[in-house]
Structures are given as C-alpha cells and as structure tokens.
Ligand binder design. Structure first.
Ligand SMILES: Nc1ncnc2c1ncn2[C@@H]1O[C@H](COP(=O)(O)OP(=O)(O)OP(=O)(O)O)[C@@H](O)[C@H]1O
Length: 370
C-alpha cells in the first residue's frame, strides 16, 4: 500500500527554485532516503512532508488522504532533527513525554509507554538526567525515543547522525534500521552521505538542484546509473569518468569504477597511466594516476597493501562488462553495447570475469607516447 505520495512539489525562495516538480511514493514499511548534495532541497522537501513548510504547488498524501493543507499536528508523523531538539531544562523522562503531554494524550498510559521506549532504546538508567549530562549518542537515542513514543507510523529524519563520530554513526545506522523494521515504520530519511543511504534504504530518491535525478533501490542506482551525476554520487570512491580511449568514440565518456580496475605491467591493459600517488587504507590501497595526454586523473582500488613509485607508468585493465558509456554532451548514460549489455540485470550479471589483470581490450588502446 502506498503510505506517502508526493506529487509535483514546487517551492521557490525568491528567485531560487529549491524544488522543481518533485514526485515520489513510499509504501508502508519502506525506508526511503532523500539523498543529494548540500542545497539540493532535501530538508525543504522533508519539512513540506511534515507540514512545517508549505509548497508553492503540488500535493502531499499520507495514507491516501490529501494532507497538503493540514498543520503538522494533524499529519500523525514524528520527526527527528539533526540538532536533536531536546529541551535542555527537561530531563530525559520529561523530554520523552513532552509530545504526549502537549497532545493531551491519556496520562494513564504514560508509564507503560515510557517503560517500553526506555527499554527499547536502553534509556532506563538515564531517565533523570538532563540532556547536558548525556553523550552525543545518548542524546540521539533520546531524540529517537521521542519519535518512537509518539507511536506514529510515519517517521521523518533529517541527518540525525551527522553530529556523531564515524564509529557511533555506523552503529546507530544499524540501530535505526533495526528499529524501523521492528516497528514497521515508514521512514523518510534525509542524508547527504551516500554510504548511509546505500546501507540503510530500501529506496533512494537522489536529488540535485531541486529535481529528482534518479530513484530506485540502492543496487539499481549503483549498477544502472542514468547519468554521470548518479554514477559519481553513488559509490566510493566516485566512478572514474575518462575520455573514451578509442579515437572514433568522440562525444563518449567512459565510466569505470575504481574497484573494477586491475593494475598490470606497463604496455599491457586497456590504457596506460602514470602513478601520481597512493593511499594505504588498511584493507585496500587507492592508487591515483594521471592519464597521459589528458588532464584527467583516475583512481584504482586494489586489495591489501601495495606500493607504487610516483612517476612510474603502469597499465590498467578492466573487463568490458564493467564499462559504462555516457554522452559527454548531456551526461546521460548511453545504451550498453550489444556485446555485453544486459539491461535490467543485477550487479553480478553486469560483471564480466571479475578482476582478471589480463590484457583486456588490448594493445591498440595503449598510448605509447608517455
Ligand atoms: N528559509 C529559507 N529561505 C531562503 N532560502 C532557503 C530557505 N530554506 C532553504 N533555502 C534554500 O533552498 C535551497 C534548498 O535548501 P535545503 O536546506 O532544502 O537543502 P539541503 O539539500 O537540505 O541542504 P543541506 O544538505 O546543506 O542541509 C538552498 O538553496 C537554500 O539556500
């Protein structure tokens, strides 16, 4: 069942069009991530769903009802903000109960609901503390608890983890996802962090300049990016976009992910590159190379610890199935070549024979003028 539907939402601030005909739907129990770079309109969209901001045009439907004109209090949803928005002078217990009191809900049920949420969020021992006496992670948990205690099926979150350190962020991601599943919440989650969206969401709505660039399951965006923007926004490191090495391929840019490229001896592989530098990351090494005769650089991800000599020439090889072709002019992805294109296939089927460091498409493409 469609739980949330946005239709053709537009919003401008003066001359600045923050949202341009944004539409999407979320089914009951879906975890939807609104993803995109800073300023693309994510928070504005979330606030419009919540009723904290009014759209210039377009409609918001929740549970099949048009709520576009309803105030936030009548939309039956909860929201978690980046800043946590806890009341500093209220202890954890009172922060958790604040919304229930404000809505005049039945006091006889408070104790049981408080006990449930305190248990679920492991807040029991902290109920008498003020927010200032909590760590960032604990404050975050109170903010989540406040959303959960409201017992609304639709939950909106605006970059809820951005104030936490990397390790805590990772564990909170799992907690939020587990909580969302356990309670069957329909979640709309704003983030600019593609890793967060990839690891948590059932569906990603990727925005840029107030428009939906592409939407779909994480694997869909990763394996079948519609354009260069999606290709480079999804995945880490970003997909390499390089000039097509074949002379007769003017107007075509080639996309290859760093993890699909193997380093081969100079004079072999698909293209040659000059080692610029490398970064050892523990489980893998990132090699950053310069493509001779161009201003382009290329990033290669190789397993384990590897050493390279800056200035050295190496070959780079990748399976044909790992290549994406884009129009240099429009940035749109071009249809896969018949030899290896399998539209609609998942990640595994897109790939060829993995990372074979063999000669690839070969010697004809190697630029010997280094
Ligand atoms: N109250 C406002 N008044 C004027 N312009 C605004 C207002 N709120 C947002 N904007 C503008 O609308 C655009 C979208 O902003 P929004 O906060 O929705 O982006 P965002 O994707 O959430 O960005 P970030 O990730 O940096 O929070 C931006 O250009 C922003 O400057």
């Amino acid at each position: 069942m469609t739980y949330l539907a946005l239709r053709e939402i537009r919003k401008s601030w003066g001359n600045n069009q923050a949202l341009d005909a944004v539409s999407f739907e979320a089914a009951a129990g879906d975890f939807v991530a609104l993803l995109g770079p800073s300023g693309c309109g994510k928070t504005t969209l979330l606030r419009i769903i919540a009723g904290l901001e009014l759209a210039d045009s377009g409609t918001v439907h929740i549970r099949q009802a048009d709520v576009t004109a309803l105030p936030p209090s009548q939309r039956r949803l909860s929201m978690v903000f980046q800043s946590y928005a806890l009341f500093p002078h209220l202890n954890v217990r009172e922060n958790l109960l604040f919304g229930l009191r404000a809505r005049g809900e039945d006091k006889r049920a408070f104790a049981a609901r408080l006990a449930d949420v305190a248990g679920l969020m492991e807040l029991g021992p902290l109920l008498d503390r003020l927010p200032a006496q909590l760590s960032g992670g604990q404050q975050q948990r109170v903010a989540l608890g406040r959303a959960v205690i409201a017992n609304h099926q639709l939950c909106l979150m605006d970059e809820p983890l951005s104030n936490l350190d990397a390790k805590l962020r990772q564990s909170m991601r799992r907690e939020i996802r587990a909580l969302q599943r356990q309670l069957g919440l329909t979640m709309v989650y704003v983030t600019h962090d593609q890793t967060e969206a990839m690891s948590m969401a059932d569906k990603i709505i990727l925005l840029n300049h107030g428009r939906v660039v592409q939407h779909g399951a994480p694997g869909e965006l990763y394996n079948h990016p519609a354009d260069i923007f999606t290709a480079q926004f999804i995945g880490s490191p970003s997909m390499n976009i390089i000039p097509h090495p074949e002379n007769n391929a003017a107007g075509i840019s080639l996309g290859v992910r760093a993890e699909e490229i193997a380093v081969t001896p100079a004079g072999t592989g698909n293209i040659a590159c000059r080692v610029a530098h490398y970064e050892y990351m523990g489980a893998y090494t990132l090699l950053i190379g310069a493509l001779p005769g161009t201003a382009e650089s290329i990033t290669i991800k190789v397993a384990g610890m590897r050493h390279f000599c800056p200035g050295d020439i190496v070959g780079l090889s990748w399976p044909a199935a790992a290549e994406y072709r884009f129009s240099t002019l429009t940035g749109k992805r071009l249809p896969d070549q018949a030899s290896h294109g399998r539209p609609g296939c998942g990640r595994r089927s897109r790939r060829g024979n993995g990372r074979s460091p063999g000669p690839g498409r070969g010697a004809a493409l190697i630029n010997p003028d280094l």
